[in-house]
Design a protein around this ligand. Structure first.
Ligand code: MLT
Length: 430
């Protein structure tokens, strides 16, 4: 019989069996990644603690990953339920949808969330902002230089590494070669000094920010857009926390800024708006005017990725998205956000009452606590877990610029937040 293309060559059979290894070279970019992804790593450490201290299992409180906890409100839920029910009828059944999302939903996002400054065919509906960031990276490929706020949501850096845009990590600075880190700390009000930052092709910017909770002002975003434009960079604006903005005049979308249509992409998500972290629904806006240096439209390439490697968001879930954008749904979203913002306020007050400088938490669900000089955030994370059974996130998990800070998430039931405040006040008293 002729040898199968899939059979290992005879000389290697024994070796590969005993080593249980394939003959495929590992993607070297994955070898550059240091440790696992942040949130599973937090879960791993929590589980390791519980393995050693099983009697503490019922005491564990999570203020770690920003995962919504409140039930999906009635009107929004009815959208999910009715679109699921439709699938059981001959008339209502639907199969594959458009890869870019249902026309109605794209139009409603453009209308209700962007007041018409965006056209519906510039909106791409997806299964979430995190997945869209990887899709955006696929559009840009390996040849670009990326800039990130430091600290920032780890997906920007980790996907840049996976794509092969970076060198190795520098063990001294904890920064990857070929990524531009833009320091954002209390000293610069968590907004980078863009002028002194080297040029990058792609600039990732999240506002309200995860993890610092800082929401950039209109003037700051105007400056950011202006510099990106002058330098010919593309700005990828992550607005996943936009509905938490309560300060008058703070932009909820980059497209509120003049000129942004020629430089920016915006990623967004219903996860934190409507408790859809498990439901999965997001969108990305790629304006018609945004082009590469050869004049081709970025939107066309994003569309190519969406239609080749994605089959559209679930039709059930898109029904939920439509309900989110009804007046009743928008009101329910506001109530949910108010609830989490009150949690954030409680956390902020608790930490301030014991003498900490606390940032964020007013236009964002994250409270960013400055630790005493010399304290390492991973050590504080472990100390708090051991003393109080409260899971937090060390600032250093979001990049070297986050060292010396601790992030507390306001996504938890109220009684849990109140209990966490009491425990933290005792354990973290200076
Ligand atoms: C976070 O905790 O930073 C986020 O919830 C994680 C995410 O949205 O992927």
């Amino acid at each position: 019989a002729s040898a199968s293309a899939f059979a290992p060559s005879t000389s290697n059979t024994r070796a590969s069996t005993s080593l249980a290894a394939s003959q495929v070279t590992r993607n070297p970019n994955f070898g550059k990644l240091v440790g696992g992804y942040l949130f599973p790593e937090i879960g791993r450490r929590r589980n390791a603690y519980l393995e050693e201290n099983p009697e503490m299992a019922s005491k564990i409180i999570s203020l770690g990953i920003g995962d919504t906890t409140q039930p999906i409100p009635e009107h929004i839920l009815s959208g999910l339920v009715s679109s699921a029910s439709k699938l059981g009828t001959k008339e209502g059944y639907s199969g594959y949808g458009a890869e870019q999302g249902m026309g109605d939903l794209r139009a409603k996002i453009a209308d209700k969330l962007y007041n018409g400054i965006i056209k519906s065919d510039e909106v791409f509906v997806s299964d979430g902002a995190k997945c869209d960031i990887m899709r955006v990276q696929q559009v840009f490929g390996s040849g670009v230089v990326t800039a990130v706020q430091d600290p920032s949501y780890p997906v920007y850096v980790d996907t840049s590494v996976m794509m092969g845009q970076t060198g190795e990590i520098n063990k001294e600075t904890n920064q990857y070669d070929n990524i531009v880190y833009m320091p954002c700390t209390a000293e610069n009000d968590f907004f980078p000094d863009i002028e002194s930052t080297p040029r990058a092709d792609i600039v990732y910017f999240c506002s309200p920010n995860n993890p610092t909770g800082a929401a950039a002002t209109k003037e700051q975003l105007e400056h950011l857009v202006k510099v990106c434009k002058e330098r010919g960079s593309i700005l990828v604006f992550d607005a996943a926390y936009a509905p938490f903005i309560r300060t008058e005049g703070v932009p909820k979308s980059i497209f509120e800024i003049d000129g942004a249509r020629e430089v920016a992409i915006e990623c967004n998500s219903f996860s934190k708006y409507a408790g859809f972290t498990g439901v999965r629904l997001g969108w990305t806006v790629v304006p018609d005017e945004l082009t590469f240096s050869d004049g081709t439209k970025v939107r066309d390439d994003f569309n190519r990725v969406m239609s080749t490697a994605f089959n559209g968001a679930s039709n059930i879930v898109q029904g939920g998205g439509l309900a989110c954008l009804d007046d009743e749904g928008l009101a329910e979203i506001n109530t949910l956000i108010d609830y989490y913002l009150e949690n954030a306020n409680l956390l902020k007050e608790a930490m301030e009452s014991i003498g900490y400088d606390v940032f964020g938490g007013t236009d964002a669900p994250y409270v960013f606590v400055k630790l005493p000089e010399g304290k390492k955030s991973w050590d504080v994370f472990s100390e708090i877990l051991e003393k109080t059974q409260v899971v937090t996130i060390p600032g250093a998990g979001f990049g070297p610029g986050g060292e010396g800070y601790l992030r507390l998430s306001a996504f938890a039931p109220r009684d849990v937040v109140i209990e966490a405040c009491e425990r933290l006040k005792v354990a973290m008293a200076k």
